[in-house]
Each structure stands twice: as C-alpha cells, then as structure tokens.
Design a protein. Structure first.
Length: 491
C-alpha cells in the first residue's frame, strides 16, 4: 500500500502536482500542492492541435521539477494523466516518448469520458450528499459533463470547447457575438436531454474564479471555496455580462490575476451550459480530475465510492492526531446519549444536527490538544480548513464553532452575529453548545466509563462510575439551559 501518492495532471491551461498521504485504508490528506502556469496547448488550436516546441520544452521542465518534489517527499507511487491538449495533438508522441525516456515517467492520456468520470468520482465522494446533479468541468481545450443520480454515475460526455480553444479560435480574432453563439449552439447540440439538472457542480479554474468573485460580492463570512453554493437566479446576469466587459472593468471584479486572460471565454461556456441544462443552483468544487484519479486508485475495490457512513474528513483527523480512539468514541457516545435524553426540552428533530454534535464530540479531544495554550482561534481555522470534504459550509462552520466555544460562553454572541447567515436558530446552537460542554465535563478525567442520564421535568441526573471531582468543577462553570438543574452522582 502506497502511503504517499503523487498525482500529476497535464492540462491545456496548466500543469499541477498534488501529493496525498494515506493515514488508514480510506482516509487521506493533502500534503503538497504545486502548480505551473505552463500552457502546453498554447497556440495549438490555430495549428490543427500541433503542440509548439517552446510549450513542450516548458512542460518538460515543469515535469522534471514535479518529479524532484515527489522524490524529496518520498512518494511511493506517481500517477500522471494528460487531458485535452495532449489528447488532440498529432505530435503528442514526441513529447510522451521524451518524458518516458529522459524522466522515466509514463503519461496516461485519458479520453474525455474518462476525464468526466474522474471529476464525477471526486464530486460524489468529497462534496456534501446531493441526490441528483450534473458536473461541469471547463478546461482549456474541452469541457466535461457527468450526470450523477443516487450516488451512481449514469452518463459522461466530453465537448470540444474550452477556454484556450475558444480564446484562440474566436476571442483573439475579434469574432462577433453571433459567431460565438453559433459555435456554442452547435457544440451544445451534442448534449442529451438527460444531462439537465437543477443542481450543477462546477469544477475547474473558471468556475472557481466566478464563485470566488460571488463570495466577495455577497460578503460571505468564511473563506472556503469547496462546497460554496449559490442560487443561479441571483447571479445569472453577473455571469452573463462578463464576456462583454472591457478589460478595465474586468479587473475590478476580484478575479485572480492568473484567470483574467480566460475568464471571459470560460464565463461564455459556463453561461451557455447553465442555460441549456435548466440549472437552478451551482455548487463549487475544488476537487476534480486529480482527486478523482487518486480516489479511483484507493477505492478501486469499492466501486469508486467510500463505504456507507464513512466520513473522510473526520477519519483523517482522528488518524493524524493519534489520539485514543476509544476516548474519542466515548465523548461522542456520551454527547449523543445526552442529546436523546434532553429531546423533550430542546425539541431538535433534525437528525443532521445530532450528527454534527456527534462529530464535534468525537473531535473534542483534538480541539483541546490544538488549543492547549488557550488560543481557540487555532482550532477554529484548523477545522474550517480540514473539514473541507463531505460537509456543507453550514455544517462545517457549526462544527468548528462548537469546538471553539463549547467552554467559552462569553464569546458566543459575538461569533454568532459574525456568521449568522450560515447558522441555524441561536437557541438550537446554544443547546448544542450546552450538550457538548456537559459531555466534555464528563470526560474531564479521561475515563471511559458507564454513564447514566435521567430527566425528570427540569432535573437532570448524571451517574458516573469513576471520579466526579473534576466533572463537578467543570459543570459548575456552565450556564444552565432552560433553568435545567444538574445533579451528579457517583455509583
């Protein structure tokens, strides 16, 4: 089993290297990320797809450096894939043979349907669960679509239109709007009706750049792109107008500088597809082909899907911190037991909040270790970053806040106001804080013990089989919820 795997992606617009470290059978985390702005397909689409010597030389140099990074990080496996630019190039063998001969690296050229498949594998495993959606991955030379229903990839498609291709064939030549519309209409005629979907998962640099600009426009409270979603009707006109803006106006829209030269072409393709597919919601994904290649490798015996109820973010964190897993499970079990006992008082019927509470309790020992010097901001930003996969923004923000403020009541109101647009009702949040805090108090002496709860009207009795001194001190610091009285007993 390769502990560290490097994935190299040779795209039309750039070359990328990511290195993942495996911490257990299915859990992993990113440890290195390197990107080169080499555009191997530059100038090719005006010359029948032929790669230019200068572009190939730059790409060769980038690959040589990528391999040096992988060697220094001690990767046991390297997987290298190439997409549209190499796929379409009549002279690709010249480049591939040189790389194999001089760098000892094999390049696997994947066809458009494989490329779409990898993007779909990444989306259905690493985003919050969505019953039915279509992925759109806009690259430099092609655009890939995949339709996912109930966790299964039902169809994939590759279209011969991408940002660099559109730029070189139309925008750089000053083509009029009608010529571009006619071209896109011809391309979209290849898309079957069953690809239409209310939910679109957007992959690739163009869609990430658009989402980033939208986050800034709406003063979004967290800086987290993966999983960011928006209603299309709120930003349809914004996306539609980008292709026709003057360069000066374009620079004012908070797009990354490395996207300014293709954002108009990418927005043109994206808007046409959104309109054709009858989209209503867009969800941004930072996971794409590279993640799909890696997941297809580690999940090759599992139909490219994580096991049921497996959460890769949670498992990766508990693996990395090498904590006592039995203790983490005990805090989780205690919190969930208390949640169920107090149901007549808190009335939280949505099971997703019970699940978030359970995850917060399980990660609580990690939070304490990160915050050992009392700076709770450390854990907050750490968890926001490391709970990126499988969680919606609302759930991961709530989880990070629970871990940050479970024992810090004075800060909660200020923090709630800051993130209110992504949080549920304040009373619900306070109940979750309270339940997690009690569970942490019970774990004060780190004993795994039998815990009993009984509720009679507004009197909660907690029975422990181990010491109660630290637990009692901890409980006395908590503000009661709904005038609830707590009695601690040792049996």
């Amino acid at each position: 089993m390769a502990k560290r795997t490097a994935i190299i992606d040779i795209g039309s617009n750039s070359l990328s290297l990511v290195i993942y470290e495996k911490s257990s059978r299915f859990a992993f985390h990113l440890i290195e990320k390197v990107r080169s702005r080499v555009r191997i397909g530059e100038g090719a689409y005006q010359k029948g797809g032929h790669l230019e010597d200068a572009a190939m030389e730059k790409a060769f140099g980038a690959l040589a450096d990528f391999l040096q990074v992988a060697k220094n990080v001690k990767c046991q496996k390297i997987l290298c894939v190439a997409t549209s630019a190499l796929r379409d190039a009549p002279n690709k063998k010249v480049f591939i043979d040189r790389v194999r001969r001089e760098l000892k690296l094999g390049i696997k050229i994947i066809d458009g349907k494989q490329e779409a498949h990898f993007g779909a594998v990444a989306a259905m495993n690493l985003l919050q669960p969505i019953k039915m959606f279509t992925t759109i991955d806009i690259g430099g030379g092609s655009t890939e679509l995949a339709k996912i229903e109930n966790g299964l990839i039902v169809d994939t498609l590759s279209l011969d239109v991408g940002t660099v291709r559109l730029k070189e064939l139309f925008f750089d030549k000053g083509a009029d709007k009608e010529a571009i519309r006619t071209y896109l209409k011809t391309v979209l005629a290849e898309v079957p009706e069953h690809f239409k979907s209310s939910y679109i998962v957007g992959i690739g640099g163009t869609i990430r750049a658009l989402s980033s600009a939208i986050m800034i426009k709406e003063q979004y409270p967290i800086n987290s792109l993966h999983g960011f979603d928006y209603r299309l009707k709120d930003y349809k006109s914004f996306i539609k107008e980008i292709p026709f803006l003057e360069k000066k106006a374009l620079k004012k829209l908070d797009f990354p500088s490395n996207r300014l030269d293709t954002i108009q072409e990418g927005s043109t393709i994206f808007y046409a597809l959104l309109k054709f597919l009858d989209a209503k919601y867009v969800i941004s994904s930072k996971a794409g082909v590279r993640e799909g290649v890696y997941l297809s490798d580690i999940l090759r015996n599992s139909n490219s899907k994580f096991p049921h109820n497996f959460n890769v973010s949670i498992k990766s964190l508990t693996d990395r911190f090498s904590l006592n897993e039995k203790n983490c499970a005990f805090v989780q079990r205690t919190a969930l037991q208390l949640f169920d006992t107090l149901l007549p008082l808190h009335h939280i019927k949505d099971s997703s909040y019970r699940e978030v509470l359970g995850y917060a309790a399980k990660l609580s020992p990690i939070s304490k270790r990160i915050n050992i010097y009392s700076n709770s901001d450390n854990s907050f930003y750490f968890f926001l970053e490391n709970l990126n996969f499988t969680f919606s923004h609302e759930k991961k923000l709530l989880l990070a806040l629970l871990l940050k403020l479970s024992q810090k009541e004075k800060q909660r109101h200020r923090e709630y106001k800051k993130y209110a647009m992504l949080l549920p009702d304040t009373v619900l949040v306070e109940w979750l804080y309270f339940i997690l805090s009690v569970a942490e108090c019970i774990n004060s002496n780190r004993s795994i013990q039998n815990v009993g709860f009984s509720l009679k009207e507004r009197y909660l009795t907690i029975t422990l089989t181990s010491g109660t001194h630290l637990c009692q001190e901890c409980l006395e610091k908590l503000r009661s919820m709904h005038a609830l009285h707590i009695k601690l007993e040792n049996v």
